[in-house]
Design a protein around this ligand. Structure first.
Ligand SMILES: [Fe+2]
Ligand SMILES: [Fe+2]
Length: 472
């Protein structure tokens, strides 16, 4: 910790030993700060926020908690330590030493993967920049900002890789990452879900539940990579990502808990009439954010995914420990397609189905969260079940992008879809209702009407702790 704390850019990659790179990153740093001030959390840049900062990668000791102003957050570059003698453990080159530099023939593939991942990080900060003004509590406000500064650090992580390993192209990509804007029609962010408005806290919690969880699986697949600096970077990012998904899952869980209380207080079990968010509305937001996040895994059948697996660049979730066979050859996997107006299943080579295989793990993980929310509903003595829709539903990427289905996956005509989709996805009226509840609560220990307080605070602090200090 002491050896890094006096540098302009905190790091454990011996930045001062590479003057060229250090200069390049020090030139990028003010551009990043300009972007942060322009596109980061609006209205709270002068507040003291109780944040954790990554200070090393030592287990148990990497995080330091203190009140800091967000522009003073020390965004740094941290890679997990190198394991000597690491080898390719999947794909075509099993047993060969992993790469410490980018192999020429994989330069484009790696650059595309790193830029695509890097682009999601600032995008989410942009999507969430107005939420501070409607935070339901100081605890939630702090969690929002924690997620935001860490997404900023993830951008640093990807920019480090670009600048260190991709020369001039990498420097140009690093600048472009600060120029695209979420939702901008001229210069949009690369992926669909990262251009969707996240205009209230229900969407924020759904985003951190589902979209950050896509991030977990993408990072996990890259953490297996034979491009060793990428693997080491992603492994450390995953430690931060866990908190983002915690914010999402417990955030939705606390709304469910409060909704159940309000239902029991209302003679008609109508949480909306009682000033809350009713369960059918929550179901619609699940349908929306879950399916936007399913799209992020890409098409069911993908030659890019096959190439990345073959090269040893992108593995399966926990490739090293969960699988016995690591070439992905000589096996197939059934995937669904639409042919002649019918859903058919066909077997494709396993490597071409890697997106779908990663999506399986994501779906299972999401289901565990939904099960916990349903447990809350059951324990309240109410009968309603939240459900993940079929992975055919509301897709914009892959085999089902060209058709319409209902949430159970039954194909629908365009007319029928137009008639019924308002029952399944948030309507304008739902947005208006949810936004009407978003009144800020910025007093320690207080909480908005539509959400339950958390079981415990952050880093052993009570819920009533002053997580964010407004300038006096
Ligand atoms: Fe991230
Ligand atoms: Fe995240």
């Amino acid at each position: 910790m002491s050896q890094i704390s006096d540098e302009r850019i905190p790091n454990n990659v011996d930045l001062s030993g590479d003057k060229r790179l250090q200069r390049a990153l020090e030139q990028w740093q003010p551009h990043f700060l300009d972007w942060w001030k322009q596109m980061g959390p609006e209205g709270f840049q002068g507040d003291d926020v109780y944040l954790r900062t990554a200070v090393s990668v030592e287990p148990g000791g990497w995080a330091h908690f203190d009140h800091v102003k967000m522009p003073d957050y020390r965004w740094g570059i941290f890679l997990e330590p190198k394991q000597e003698g690491r080898l390719h453990h999947f794909g075509d080159s099993i047993g060969q030493p992993v790469w410490d530099e980018v192999p020429g023939e994989l330069r484009n593939m790696l650059r595309r993967l790193i830029v695509t991942q890097g682009d999601t990080e600032p995008a989410s900060v942009e999507q969430q920049r107005h939420l501070g003004s409607t935070a339901p509590s100081l605890y939630d406000l702090r969690n929002l900002f924690q997620v935001n500064v860490e997404e900023g650090r993830h951008l640093w992580a990807m920019v480090y890789l670009l600048q260190r390993y991709f020369g001039r192209d990498g420097r140009e990509e690093a600048e472009e990452l600060l120029k695209r804007r979420s939702g901008d029609s001229d210069r949009p962010r690369i992926l669909g879900a990262f251009n969707e408005p996240t205009s209230h806290w229900l969407s924020f919690f759904m985003f951190t539940m589902f979209t950050d969880r896509d991030g977990k699986y993408q990072l996990s697949a890259l953490a297996e990579s034979a491009f060793d600096p990428l693997a080491r970077t992603c492994r450390f990012m995953l430690t931060e990502e866990a908190h983002h998904m915690f914010v999402g899952e417990t955030g939705v869980g606390r709304i469910v808990e409060r909704t159940c209380e309000l239902m029991k207080q209302d003679p008609n079990e109508d949480a909306r009439a009682a000033g809350g968010i009713d369960l059918p509305t929550m179901q619609k937001y699940i349908n929306l954010w879950y399916t936007l996040s399913l799209d992020l895994f890409g098409g069911e059948i993908s030659s890019n995914a096959a190439d990345a697996f073959a090269a040893g660049v992108k593995g399966r979730y926990k490739e090293a420990t969960r699988y016995q066979e690591h070439t992905g050859l000589g096996a197939t996997r059934a995937v669904e397609e639409v042919q002649g107006g019918k859903v058919v299943s066909s077997d494709v080579p396993l490597r071409n189905a890697m997106n779908e295989i990663l999506r399986d793990d994501f779906v299972e993980d999401c289901q565990r969260g939904v099960d916990r929310w349903n447990k809350t509903i059951r324990e309240a003595g109410l009968s309603f079940e939240l459900k993940l829709p079929s992975r055919r539903f509301h897709r914009q990427i892959g085999a089902f992008a060209a058709v319409k289905t209902d949430p159970s996956g039954t194909l629908l005509s365009e007319d029928e879809w137009n008639r019924r989709s308002g029952d399944w996805l948030p309507s304008e009226a739902d947005e208006v209702h949810v936004k009407s509840l978003m009144q800020p609560v910025h007093e320690p220990g207080k909480i908005a009407h539509w959400i339950a307080p958390p079981r415990r605070g952050i880093n052993g602090q009570p819920f009533a702790f002053e997580y964010v200090r407004r300038p006096g």
